[in-house]
Structure formats: structure tokens, C-alpha cells
Ligand binder design. Structure first.
Ligand code: NAP
Length: 304
């Protein structure tokens, strides 16, 4: 029977940092992730607000944190947790490969990209439609692309695409952007075009994307805009399936509710990172991971 003190589900910034703290506190810890370490944090093109670095990409930071983490704990990438069953004194964690037992569980399950749900979006995924400028941007060098959204992610991705030589237009459904002032200032300085009060109704093409149908929501007028790339950056959906399974309390957005010790309403279940909502930042996820691991450690000490 493979038994651990702490099983961490999710190897994003929150999960990995929880691993560093858990391992260094001497707890036997396993981190499981259905994909690669970093989660969607890998996609952040450039961060200018992570302390200690003037500028670093999500991928670079993930690699550094992962390297540090695996000195202390076991990390299994591409191993998906399919179920967690709670008994009186432990959790049975079933993956697509194995079954493990943990005294405590930290849910750092993150989130995925929200979709527009419009015709052409699924059909042209990978053929012009993308949710990740860092991953796919270079394919569109010197080409026209649109970014859908007006938040921090959309503005960051627009700047990234512009920097690598794409001709970028932002399509935003309201008459003002939501993203931070410094990003808005950079967008203005780069003369990136913004089409306000507008939604994308349809993505068209043959083998690849060729155009989009845009609708002005004030006038209801529609136009067809030629574009090779459609980057969709309209927020995230929390991965809360396992939390629901464990009867962990969620807020109205489907995010896990924790106290200041990152404890959930379920004994010995803690949570960290984007799945907890709030200020979705790397530094916050890392902080929450550190707190969650420390809380789990203290609870294990007190129960032994
Ligand atoms: P967000 O802040 O929720 O913004 C989503 C954007 O997409 C909004 O402008 C929203 O429009 C638009 N939108 C949502 N659904 C839409 C739909 N169906 N059709 C068209 N537009 C739609 O998401 P985000 O930018 O991904 O950021 C998520 C969180 O991460 C935020 O808390 C953000 O601050 C944080 N973040 C921070 C940084 C940073 O600090 N550098 C970088 C990236 C992300 P409305 O404005 O009309 O609602």
C-alpha cells in the first residue's frame, strides 16, 4: 500500500510550492498532475510582477520551481487523479495508473480556459483558434490576429503577439478594458487596435481560419473581419470535480472556499492556487501552497 502524509493534486505554482514546504517539513509527500507541471501557468508569456525577477516567463519559473520541488517530494506528471474517497482516517486517491493513500490532501487543481461557445471555435482549434499566445503565437508572425477579451490575460497576450510581429486587434465586448492600467498604457503606446462593444459571432475558414463575423452589440451591425488567428482569452473555469466529490464547499463561481490556513470545510483537505479564486497570481498561489502544506503538517503532527 503506497501511503503518504500529504497527497497534492495539481502541480501548478500552488501545488509545487506546497510540495517544497511539505517535503522540507519532513512529510512524505506525493504530487500528482494529469498534465505537465505548471498547468496553465506555463503559458504566461512574461511576468513583471513576480518578486525577484524583472521579467520571467511562466515556463521558466515553472522549471525552476519544479527543479527545487523534486529535491524533496515525488512528482508524477501525466497521472490523472480520477477519484478521491475519504474514510475516517485517510483518503484513497485513485489515478489512471495506481491507488495511493494519504493522511491529508491538498487540492491545487487549477482551472482551464473558458470557451466562447460559438460556431467554428472547436472546428478550428489548432487551425487558427488558440487559447495560448505563448504556445502558438509564432505561427502567426506577420499575420493578422484577433484577441478576444479585455482582462489582464488578453492584454498580456496582445502585447506578446505584437512583440513577435503579429498584427493584433483586440475585440472586447464592453466599452472599456478590465486589465490593469500599466497593461492598458502599453497597449496604447504600441497602437494596438481595439474594437469595443463587439462580440465574435462566428469563426470562418476553409482548412484554416480566414475570417470572423463580428457583431456590434449596441447597433447589432455585423461585419466580416479577415484574420488568420483567433486568440481567446476570456477567463477561466475552476477544476472542482474532485472538490465536489469530497463535499468541499464552493463559492458561487465554483471555487473552493478556504479559511486563512487554506483549510476547507472537510477535515484534512486543504486547497491552494487558482481553484481558490481571488487574486489569480503566481505569487498568491505559491503563498497559498506554502500555507496549505504547513497547515497539513501541523494537523498531522497533532494527530500522531
Ligand atoms: P478576467 O479578468 O475574468 O477577464 C476576462 C475578460 O474576458 C473580460 O474582459 C470579460 O469581459 C471578457 N469575457 C468574459 N466572457 C466573455 C465572453 N463570453 N465573450 C466575450 N468576452 C468575454 O480573466 P483574465 O484576464 O483571464 O484574468 C483572470 C484573473 O487572472 C484575473 O484576476 C486577473 O487579474 C489575473 N491575471 C493577472 C495578471 C497580471 O497581474 N499580470 C495576468 C493575467 C491574469 P468583461 O470585461 O465585459 O467582463
Amino acid at each position: 500500500m503506497k501511503t503518504y502524509d500529504i497527497i497534492i493534486v495539481g502541480a501548478g505554482p500552488g501545488g509545487l510550492t506546497a510540495g517544497i514546504y511539505a517535503g522540507r517539513q519532513g512529510t512524505k509527500t506525493l504530487i500528482l498532475d494529469k498534465g505537465l507541471a505548471g498547468g496553465i501557468g506555463r503559458e504566461v508569456p512574461e511576468m513583471e510582477n513576480y518578486p525577484g525577477f524583472d521579467m520571467i516567463s511562466g515556463l521558466e519559473l515553472v522549471e525552476k520551481i519544479k527543479e527545487q520541488c523534486i529535491k524533496y517530494v515525488e512528482l508524477h506528471e501525466t497521472e490523472k487523479v480520477e477519484d478521491i474517497i475519504k474514510s475516517t482516517d485517510k483518503f484513497m486517491v485513485k489515478t489512471n495508473k495506481e491507488t495511493y493513500y494519504g493522511k491529508t490532501v491538498i487540492l491545487a487543481t487549477g482551472s482551464s480556459h473558458k470557451h466562447l461557445g460559438i460556431p467554428g471555435e472547436e472546428e478550428y482549434l489548432g487551425k487558427g483558434v488558440s487559447y495560448c499566445a505563448t504556445c502558438d503565437g509564432l505561427f502567426f508572425k506577420d499575420k493578422d490576429v484577433i484577441i478576444v477579451g479585455g482582462g489582464n490575460s488578453a492584454l498580456q497576450e496582445a502585447l506578446f503577439l505584437e512583440n513577435i510581429g503579429c498584427k493584433v486587434t483586440i475585440i472586447h465586448r464592453r466599452n472599456q478594458l478590465r486589465g490593469q492600467q500599466y497593461l492598458q498604457k502599453n497597449i496604447k503606446e504600441k497602437n494596438i487596435k481595439i474594437i469595443y462593444n463587439t462580440i465574435v459571432e462566428k469563426i470562418k475558414g476553409k482548412t484554416f481560419v480566414e475570417s470572423v463575423i463580428l457583431k456590434n452589440i449596441e447597433t447589432n451591425n455585423c461585419i466580416e473581419l479577415k484574420t488568420s488567428g483567433v486568440f481567446i482569452s476570456i477567463g477561466y473555469i475552476p477544476h472542482n470535480k474532485l472538490a465536489k466529490k469530497l463535499n468541499v464547499k464552493l463559492n458561487e463561481n465554483g471555487e473552493i472556499i478556504t479559511d486563512k490556513h487554506q483549510k476547507t470545510n472537510v477535515k484534512n483537505v486543504y486547497s491552494a492556487g487558482d481553484i481558490c479564486g481571488g487574486l489569480r497570481q503566481w505569487i498568491v498561489a505559491c503563498g497559498e501552497g506554502a500555507i496549505a502544506a504547513t497547515s497539513a503538517y501541523i494537523d498531522i503532527q497533532q494527530s500522531d
